[in-house]
Design a protein around this ligand. Structure first.
Ligand code: C2E
Ligand code: CA
Length: 268
């Protein structure tokens, strides 16, 4: 199937300079391409403004990467059966000099689009491994997991002995076909399924996901567990591990060593 996208710029309304007209034409065409249907887009000033904002953000992010402004917080992961601390998930935060702590949803998409996500992954791996070495002196069996964007060379990582978990299972990228393709060792059930169980007590989906994971030799981790009822239900259906606000939000490593669950290696 052939399709066409058209960007339109008008002289002298938009500009009288040839170089500017060409630049604005690019902007209009880029906007047209982003739409899923064939379309024609006329250049307007707000298109330009958005592009400039995005460009500024990308520049700032790039500078932040070289200046070490990206830091890690860690959310503990516990065994459902007995509350034992099993590991942590490292989550990125941008410690912005003026804006404070910026959440990942504001910068991960930009990093992915601009081709800088690998740089963040490497820096997160460095931070997480250093932290893990520290924790292992207290709890020798802990693991730490780092989030990877889907385009990473999965086979190379597996050759290094890295274990993969399929994140947000049941949504977006995390389809059944992906599951068989990457041969993960754990499956993380997206928190929307934990939520919808609470709302409707419809347990078929959740139970089936746990069975699916176990049936294909994977550990199953529940994300976003917020209530004791949810945890009790996960115990009933034999889910392996859980993380969520019920036990702890993601924390800076300094605060982790102060918690009861870190000191005892168990959450009650
Ligand atoms: P995710 O991997 O699904 O991470 C779980 C998100 O849910 C985290 O948000 C966490 O703070 C939040 N969460 C944990 N427990 C609960 C709970 O009980 N209830 C609710 N409502 N939320 C909970 P966060 O830290 O904002 O991260 C958002 C997403 O950003 C992550 O989703 C992940 O996809 C992405 N991300 C974070 N760090 C990195 C990174 O270093 N690299 C890449 N590629 N992506 C990252
Ligand atoms: Ca994750």
């Amino acid at each position: 199937v052939l399709s066409a996208d058209i960007g339109v710029v008008i002289a002298p309304k938009d500009s009288t300079r040839a170089d500017e007209l060409l630049q604005y034409l690019d902007t209009a065409l880029f906007t047209a391409r982003r739409s899923t249907e064939t379309c024609i887009r006329y250049f307007n000033a707000s298109m330009r403004k958005q592009e400039v904002l995005k460009f500024d953000l990308a520049q700032e992010i790039r500078r932040g990467l070289t200046d070490g402004q990206f830091v890690a917080v860690y959310q503990p992961i516990f065994s459902v059966a007995d509350g034992r601390l099993t590991g942590f998930e490292a989550l990125a935060r941008w410690q912005h000099p003026a804006r404070g702590l910026v959440p990942p949803l504001e910068f991960i998409p930009v990093l992915e689009e601009q081709g800088f996500i690998t740089q963040l992954t490497k820096s997160m791996l460095g931070l997480a491994l250093e932290q893990l070495a520290n924790w292992l002196t207290v709890h020798p069996d802990l693991f730490v997991s780092v989030n990877l964007s889907p385009e990473r060379p999965i086979n190379e990582l597996k050759a290094l002995g890295v274990k993969l978990a399929l994140d947000d299972f049941g949504t977006g990228y995390s389809s059944l076909s992906y599951l068989s393709k990457i041969k993960a060792s754990a499956l993380k059930v997206d928190r929307s399924f934990i939520n919808s169980w609470s709302e409707s007590s419809e347990d078929e989906l959740l139970t089936t996901m746990v069975q699916l994971g176990h049936g294909t030799g994977m550990k199953v981790v529940a994300e976003g567990v917020e209530t004791i009822e949810q945890l009790n239900y996960l115990k009933e259906i034999g889910c392996d591990n859980f993380q969520g606000y019920l036990s702890s939000k993601p924390l800076f490593s300094n605060d982790i060593s102060e918690t009861e669950w870190f000191k005892t290696g168990r959450v009650v």
